[in-house]
Design a protein around this ligand. Structure first.
Ligand code: NAD
Ligand code: DAU
Length: 356
């Protein structure tokens, strides 16, 4: 079996579906079900004996050690994290606890489990740490994209906590020999994306005729990767990545936030026209994010050169799949827009609809 952490979240749930569509190897899915974790993402796996869901905290050592000895996973794929930059600005404590202490706890349990394996199993074991391009900080307009040897310069409580977790993973390899691999990925988008993040927020607000909040001047740049491409990159690195190595994963899709909101509006106008007029009318510039990184870009040549991985989707094809998924899953959207979600939108944007 493999042990997946955070498999009820956005990327983790996509990964669990992707994994079980390719393989009969079982998945133990450990997730605390914070506001970002949602069992509705996994509903189609109900009754599937290959998927074991365990609700719990990665920082609970007794629980994690128990799972290692019960299921004896041959790999850990570590997604669980507090993942939203804006929430880390409002309340960093949970980020320190889950992203740093939680990763520490998981590494310790994985090390104890791995140390007790026979030689062949020890060699085959992997701890795959899923991290972010945000650890590298912000690029200027003409700077080269982030390669794996780019210096770390995290700027938000979120990225600082992820950087700390990357360093722990690296140290557990160098000091104890734990067979780790790390992937640092750019912005994902796709099915089951929680609508506090840019693309799903734009889709659900645009469909509801609500304002589309764009921070600052809208010219911050991100690289965008369709989530199923991220899943295939993780499978590739897990299978063939060199132990102790870092692989940067990106979509070769640098876009400003204004590009994104324009494409989302135009696609929705095409797929589901709004009698009130083009959705671009809903674009609304709001106060900038404190310390907002200007540009991220990924140099994904190492994973292509060494492992032959490239994204399958363009931004146009991936965005169409994403928008179509949201159009077909209105119930899921209503379900995640719970009371707690509405409280966040009011605190962050100053009004129940994401407006003023
Ligand atoms: P997410 O917030 O959607 O999901 C995180 C999941 O982790 C949730 O299901 C949550 O319940 C669970 N979780 C949180 N704290 C936990 C704890 N203490 N114990 C157990 N489970 C806990 O996040 P995501 O967007 O799916 O990101 C997954 C991983 O990928 C994160 O490590 C993130 O840093 C990284 N990443 C995300 C992106 C992106 O664009 N979303 C890009 C690069 C890297
Ligand atoms: O780069 C990878 C990272 O991408 C991951 O590590 C994070 O877990 C993930 O949340 C994401 O972080 P970002 O901060 O880039 O994503 P977010 O969707 O929050 O914002 C994307 C861009 O859009 C960013 O420049 C801020 C801007 N934005 C965001 C929101 C929510 C807006 O302009 N308006 C908004 O309402």
């Amino acid at each position: 079996m493999i042990l997946v952490t955070g498999g009820a979240g956005f990327i983790g749930s996509n990964f669990v579906h992707d994994w079980l569509a390719q393989s009969d190897e079982g998945v133990v899915n450990l997730d605390a079900l914070t506001y970002a974790g949602n069992l509705a993402n996994l509903v189609s796996l109900k009754g599937d004996a290959r998927h074991v869901f365990v609700q719990g905290d990665i920082a609970d050592s007794a629980l994690v050690e128990g799972l290692m000895s019960t299921y004896r996973p041959r790999a850990v794929i570590h997604f669980a994290a507090e993942s939203h930059v804006d929430r880390s600005i409002h309340g960093p404590a949970a980020f320190i606890r889950t992203n740093i202490e939680g990763t520490f706890c998981l590494l310790q349990a994985a090390r104890a489990h791995w140390s007790g394996l026979g030689e062949a199993e020890r060699k085959a074991f992997r701890f795959h740490h899923v991290s972010t391009d945000e650890v590298y900080g912000s690029l200027g307009p003409g700077d080269a994209p982030f390669a794996e040897d780019h210096p770390y310069a995290p700027n938000s409580p979120y990225s600082a906590s992820k950087a700390a977790s990357d360093h722990l993973v690296r140290a557990w390899h160098h000091t104890y020999g734990l067979p780790v691999v790390t992937t640092n990925c750019s912005n994902n988008y796709g099915p089951w994306h929680f609508p506090e993040k840019l693309i799903p927020l734009l889709i659900v607000n645009a469909l509801a005729g609500k304002p589309l909040p764009i921070y600052g001047d809208g010219l911050n740049v991100r690289d965008w990767l369709y989530v199923r491409d991220h899943c295939s990159a993780i499978r590739t690195v897990l299978a063939r990545g060199r132990v102790g190595e870092v692989y940067n994963v990106g979509g070769w899709n640098e876009k400003t936030n204004l590009d994104i909101v324009h494409e989302v509006c135009d696609l929705l106008d095409d797929l589901r026209p709004d009698p009130a007029g083009p959705r671009r009318r809903l674009i609304h510039f709001v106060k900038d994010r404190p310390g907002h990184d200007r540009r991220y870009a990924i140099d994904a040549r190492k994973i292509e050169r060494e492992l032959g991985w490239r994204p399958a989707e363009t931004f146009t094809s991936g965005l169409r799949k994403t928008v179509e998924w949201f159009l077909e899953h209105g119930e899921w959207v209503v379900d995640v827009q719970s009371g707690a979600y509405r409280d966040w939108i009011t605190a962050q944007y100053g009004g129940p609809g994401g407006g003023e």
